[in-house]
Write a protein that binds this ligand. Structure first.
Ligand SMILES: Nc1nc2c(ncn2[C@@H]2O[C@H](COP(=O)(O)OP(=O)(O)OP(=O)(O)O)[C@@H](O)[C@H]2O)c(=O)[nH]1
Length: 212
């Protein structure tokens, strides 16, 4: 099981980076915890299946800008499916992870997208499709083109990774972070203030943000 790293913290102080919630979704054993562990601690080791959800944070530096990602690593085993919905509420970004050696996990990632589409209006959440375990390419069941085609058809970001070999892992999180900042800047500080006001009235989607 991935180790929980504390719990969601308080609101960021005004001079602190924006805080965005990112959820990792996908079938059991596709490598969600391994991707989080590789990204946050640059480590890869045998991990027990996640129970419920594990929580990590990481500050992402993007040139002159920075932001803080709260990474919610959900349990992929089917018996936890309904619980996972509790965790993706309020998300700003989602990684839909599948294992390139398991077609079923690719289909499951597509189901997760449908679940997200029910929960969020179009374009509200930055979604990236991630095909993990590229080091096992000789066992590949999902081609790069299949992944890319599906992602393009749904206007998702897309990358293939290997948590084991540390291939493209930080690039995934950086690309999502860049997109989050791009959208935040496009919406402007007024929207960020509105989000803060909305939060005081309800617990749903939120960005704890400095003003840029
Ligand atoms: N070869 C290879 N194995 C990987 C990679 N990423 C993860 N694994 C292995 O796949 C297995 C499952 O990894 P996890 O990170 O626990 O998968 P998960 O998606 O978090 O699984 P759940 O907690 O059940 O949802 C473990 O044995 C990992 O070591 C990878 O990039 N390459």
């Amino acid at each position: 099981m991935a180790e929980a790293q504390g719990s969601p913290g308080p609101w960021a102080a005004p001079d602190q980076p924006c805080v965005f919630k990112l959820v990792l979704l996908g079938s059991g054993s596709v490598g969600k915890s391994s991707l989080a562990l590789r990204y946050v601690k640059d480590d890869f080791r045998s991990i027990l299946p996640t129970v419920g959800c594990a929580f990590f944070t990481k500050v992402v530096e993007l040139g002159v800008s920075s932001l803080k990602l709260e990474i919610w690593d959900t349990a992929g085993q089917e018996k936890y499916h309904s619980v996972c919905h509790l965790y993706f509420r309020g998300a700003n970004a989602a990684l839909l992870v599948y294992d390139i050696t398991r077609k079923d996990s690719f289909h499951k990632a597509q189901q997760w997208l449908q679940d997200l589409e029910k929960e969020f209006p179009p374009g509200e959440v930055v979604v990236m499709l991630v095909g993990n375990k590229t080091d096992l390419s000789e066992e590949r069941e999902v081609t790069f083109e299949e992944g890319q085609e599906f992602a393009e058809s749904k206007r998702l970001l897309f990358m293939e990774t290997s948590a084991k070999l540390n291939h493209q892992v930080s690039e995934v999180f950086s690309a999502v972070a860049r997109e989050l900042l791009r959208r935040r800047k496009r919406e402007g500080p007024a929207q960020a203030r509105d989000a803060a006001v909305a939060l005081s009235g309800g617990p749903m989607r939120q960005v704890r943000c400095c003003t840029h």
